[in-house]
Write a protein that binds this ligand. Structure first.
Ligand code: HBI
Ligand code: FE
Length: 295
């Protein structure tokens, strides 16, 4: 396997992180230390304790269907047959963040890039780039859900197209990823629930996003989301709520080119704003918000 080439430290939406070009690597499972397995176990148990009643039914049933356990870091080779049988997705091991086009191309081909290394014990609550726990526990379970799996492929195809259109289109599309795939909420009969990966892999935000009065919770609106800036280093100021994964899939149906053109004429929206016309589930108090650094 070709050793991955570290390209440079790029300012991405997760801060200055190394970005790799040689994307796929084998999961070096035998190199994981006892500490790595203990970090997996601690993060896994912590989320298993905090997610019932908070994570969406689809996430919880998909997580169970994947049969991952806290005992050891799962082997990608054990998980891929389960995932392929469910939705024809597969995991590929990567070194870390990928150039956007490489990332989109993986998604467009039903390959989810999972970082092979796991965070250190002193990074339990925050790290600047996605590690194995964020990707495998946060992103992979919902790929077992056929509708969400289709959305992720459609998103990848949209990303490849947006890459050809230009930076503004990519910014709009990255916001859509951020406010759905990473930090999305879904409405269930028994209340709002989490499906976003950045939330389900974080104990603090799993509680904050549903129970704090500080953030806005606003109904999903594609163009509103594409205009809305976001935070990369704190809890989100606004969470967007979908009614169903079908709603997400339908939203990616139309050609985005006219939408990008329309949005290019409009101001972006600060992360904490509430607009006329928003379907407001909760108008946040804004307690604890920092007024800098919305990207
Ligand atoms: N690369 N490995 C990896 N994982 C991601 O989640 C990822 C990425 N590159 C770019 C990226 N995410 C975001 O900029 C997306 O919005 C494209
Ligand atoms: Fe992620």
């Amino acid at each position: 396997m070709e050793s991955p080439k570290r390209v440079e430290h790029q300012l991405t939406d997760k801060g200055y992180v190394p970005v790799y070009t040689t994307s796929v690597v084998e999961q070096p499972w035998d190199t994981y230390t006892d500490t790595d397995h203990q970090v997996w176990a601690q993060l896994f148990e912590r989320q298993k304790a905090v997610l019932p009643g908070r994570a969406s039914d689809e996430f919880l049933s998909a997580l169970a269907a994947m049969e991952m356990t806290p005992d050891r870091i799962p082997r990608f080779d054990d998980l891929n047959p389960i995932l392929r049988a469910a939705t024809d997705w597969e995991l590929v091991g990567v070194e870390g963040l990928l150039p956007e086009l490489t990332f989109f191309d993986h998604l467009a081909n039903r390959r989810f890039p999972v970082t092979w290394w796991i965070r250190k014990p002193d990074q339990m609550d925050y790290l600047s780039e996605p590690d194995l726990f964020h990707d495998l526990f946060g992103h992979v379970p919902l790929l077992m859900n056929p509708v969400f799996a289709d959305y992720m492929e459609a998103y990848g195809r949209g990303g490849v197209k947006a890459h050809g259109i230009g930076e503004d289109a990519l910014v709009n599309l990255t916001r859509l990823y951020w406010y759905t795939v990473e930090f999305g909420l879904i409405r269930q009969r028994d209340g709002l629930r989490i499906y976003g990966s950045g939330i389900v892999s974080s104990k603090g935000e799993s509680i904050h996003c549903l129970e704090s009065d500080a953030p806005n919770r606003i109904g999903f609106d594609l163009e509103r989301i594409m205009r809305t800036r976001y935070r990369i280093d704190t809890y989100q100021k606004t969470y967007f709520v979908i009614d169903s994964f079908e709603q997400l899939m339908d939203a990616t149906g139309p050609d985005f080119a006219p939408i990008y053109e329309r949005l290019a004429q409009l101001e972006s929206v600060p992360a904490g704003d509430v607009l006329d016309g928003d379907h407001v589930y909760n108008r946040g108090t804004g307690e604890g918000w920092l007024n800098d650094g919305d990207v």
